[in-house]
Design a protein around this ligand. Sequence first.
Ligand code: NAD
Length: 342
Amino acid sequence: MKVKVAVNGYGVIGRRVADAVAKQDDMEVVGVCKVSPDYKALFALKKGFKLFAADEKGVEKFRKMGVNVSGTVADMVKEADIIVDATPGDIGPQNKEMYAKASKKAIFQGGEEHELTGFSFVAQCNYNQALGRQFVRVVSCNTTALCRVLNALDLAFGVEKARVVIARRAADPDEIGRGPIDAVVLDPVTLPSHHGPDVKTVLPHLNITTMAVKVPTTHMHLHSLIVKLKDKTATVEKVSEVLRRTPRILLVSSKLGVKSTAHVYDLGREIGRERSDIFENIIWEDSLTVEDSELYFFMGVHQEAIVIPENIDAIRAMFELASSEKSIQKTDASLGIKSSIP
Ligand code: NAD
């Protein structure tokens, strides 16, 4: 029997989660909930997803536009085993009450506080701790990427401390009202940024400090990492080897012409990814440098896509459908996640 998944909030993350669920053989989409009857609603229907409105007024709005709506979010929740909540940050607490009342499981996204569920998830780090849980928070894009790579380095070499500077994309491609368009914004001015503490919700023992700035781009975040390793024998070759065999990490090289986040975006199109999505941490292999057991490198993070596999694995863990390794393998195969180029 397939797990019935509803997606509440059909924006950047919700649309991608619904498409990824539809690709799995052990789960299915029973509905998606939207606020407006726009082009995204029409394409949801075209994909065969049942469409629900956020409330009764919304149902009226959809019907007036001639868009086929199956009821309100409450109706959708009834049909689901689990709800993936992809509404904007801070709506989670009120929605959690609704899911709890209906005795349903739910996944929340990184825009919500860790305290909402008391458990934050990254598949490669703490899959087993999600087994059977009712509520899980999949951490944000930056936190997911940092957890994946730092966990792998920690297991292989021991991480004494990690220092990270994050150049954040200012907006997603469809966010026409957000900026800056001509500035680098210190985000925030006071240190650390929230990313380091957020990594600790998944890897509490890690010594990490982060700083962030917002830059006028929509493609990706770019992380500059300096990681002090405990293993004094670590070399670039050994680090490369560990990263190469870590799931959801893809090494790229400027020698192959990948010199910017724009090239990574183009690579997504070249390999035929829907929406040009890059689910992997992109690490520039030729940036890897080890000096006095300090490892330096650049890492790109496609904010719209990187948390999608984690949502799928979280569903499997919460229903105890597969081991961590099996789930990660299944998800990665279904999404065409790569370990090398081409
Ligand atoms: P989004 O604005 O693209 O999509 C949210 C959607 O939810 C919108 O379509 C909005 O109309 C709808 N919505 C608003 N209120 C609603 C309600 N009450 N019921 C149903 N739908 C409602 O946002 P997003 O970027 O997809 O972000 C969703 C969550 O994912 C946030 O917690 C965010 O922090 C997190 N996240 C976003 C990104 C990213 O880069 N965009 C990356 C990782 C995590």
